[in-house]
Unconditional design. Structure first.
Length: 73
């Protein structure tokens, strides 16, 4: 079953990483459904695209964030 969706899953993960590296809160949040959750490094939980974007925007604006390099196996 996972094999069937493997390319789609990789694509979403690549989009998520690209949005993070571009410091694009809206792009990153748009990948989540209304029931999606993002858990921050500090354990904070954001639910749904609007809350996720609202949480990420000041982080990207006010803090240098390290880029990620990914390798999907």
């Amino acid at each position: 079953m996972v094999k069937k969706y493997e390319e789609e899953i990789k694509g979403v993960y690549n989009q998520l990483t690209t949005s993070w590296n571009e410091r694009n809160a809206q792009g990153m949040a748009s990948l989540f459904s209304e029931s999606g959750e993002s858990i921050g490094f500090d354990g904070s939980v954001s639910k749904g695209p609007k809350e996720i974007a609202a949480n990420l925007e000041p982080i990207f604006r006010d803090h240098p964030t390290a880029p990620y390099v990914i390798k999907i196996k």
